[in-house]
Design a protein around this ligand. Structure first.
Ligand code: SAM
Length: 333
């Protein structure tokens, strides 16, 4: 019988995002606008052994994709070790092991990630202009991130996805330039709507550049054709360039075009909390269950019961919406 985790709306849960650390060396204003809040004490963080054990259980329950994230996951010491351990789960049903990073450490370490078993990488890049990059991320390292993208390509961590959060008044005028970058470098450029997950709670609807506007801005320069792939639980609407140029465009529009009905994702924070939705206001401490000596069967039971609490959808567009108290860097993007 096929293993599967299912929520109470019959959505199969196949995709686990694991945050390796709350720490980050960038200060993106849409994530950590008022500086880094105090990070969780070390003893509260899951150890690599605990992460490996928990992921092993999740994979035995039908999780097919694991994405390592953070904070900045490459700030966790010796990340290659956990990649190696998780790669071993491929013999048990894991199909895809990916990493989301700001790219800062890639020039020196992309090759080692590949050697450890990483399949794919997503690199955040919010501007192609040095001053805007610095203004959005708080650090003056555009050239280093671009070198990181080249290093990831050279290491064969393909297909490379590039994430850009598009925020009104900051980088919406660069949307078509990013599409040009995707064509030139043969990468999958993904445009993300700004979500209310910033620690300063400064988000406002007026800051959101809609997926529709993003597409229109690209099409003024490069006509697109929808990719005829079943979207399934994918977060992005995908397009290819109509003239057959390399590269791809994906538009992720959780604010204006929610895709919750097909959500297959859950998250594990660096301190061991399960989050059933990016916008959850409650968390479920798997860490406490594991550390109090629960048996594997009891852990499975706990996970299955938490899945049944997964929210039907997010409520960003409702007047009663309350943003989660933890920002994206703590939730694990
Ligand atoms: N440090 C890594 C990085 O920079 O990619 C991984 C963690 S980061 C939280 C993951 C992704 O979440 C990044 O692409 C980031 O741009 C995105 N993100 C963070 N806050 C966001 C927000 N308020 N709205 C939309 N995307 C956001």
């Amino acid at each position: 019988m096929e293993k599967s985790l299912t929520d109470s709306y019959h959505r199969p849960i196949r995709d686990l995002r694991v945050s390796l650390t709350d720490r980050c060396n960038f200060r993106c204003f849409y994530c950590l606008p008022h500086g880094e809040p105090p990070i969780a004490p070390k003893e509260q963080m899951l150890s690599y052994e605990e992460i490996e054990y928990i992921c092993d259980i999740f994979v035995s329950l039908g999780i097919e994709k694991i994405r390592l994230t953070g904070g900045e996951p490459m700030m966790r010491r010796d990340i290659e070790t956990i990649i190696q351990k998780l790669t071993a789960l491929k013999s048990n049903g894991l199909q895809d092991l990916a990493l989301t990073t700001n790219g800062y450490f890639l020039p020196d370490r992309a090759q080692a990630l590949k050697a450890a078993g990483l399949d794919r990488i997503t690199i955040s890049l919010d501007s192609l202009k040095r001053d805007i990059f610095r203004q959005m991320t708080g650090v003056d390292v555009l050239d280093r991130v671009l070198a990181g993208i080249s290093a990831a390509k050279k290491a064969g961590l393909e297909p490379i996805k590039i994430n850009a959060v598009i925020v009104r008044g900051h980088n919406e005028d660069e949307v078509a330039d990013f599409a040009a970058f995707a064509r030139e470098h043969d990468v999958k450029m993904r445009f993300i709507e700004f979500m209310p997950l910033d620690s300063g709670h400064d988000w406002s609807r007026g800051d959101v550049v809609s997926g529709r506007e993003i597409r229109e801005r690209i099409e003024q320069r490069f006509p697109l054709e929808p990719l005829l792939v079943t979207r399934g639980s994918e977060t992005s609407s995908r397009y290819r360039f109509a003239d057959g140029a390399p590269g791809e465009v994906g538009i992720i529009a959780p604010v204006t075009e929610p895709f919750c009905g097909a959500c297959s994702r859950i998250r594990l924070t660096a301190d061991g909390q399960i989050r059933t939705c990016l916008f959850s206001t409650v968390e479920h401490s798997l860490r406490d269950v594991v550390r109090t000596g629960a048996t594997r069967a009891e852990i499975v039971q706990f996970i299955e019961s938490v899945m049944l609490k997964k929210e039907p959808r997010h409520f960003i567009n409702e007047p009663s919406f309350v943003a989660p108290s933890r920002s994206m860097s703590f939730i694990g993007g």
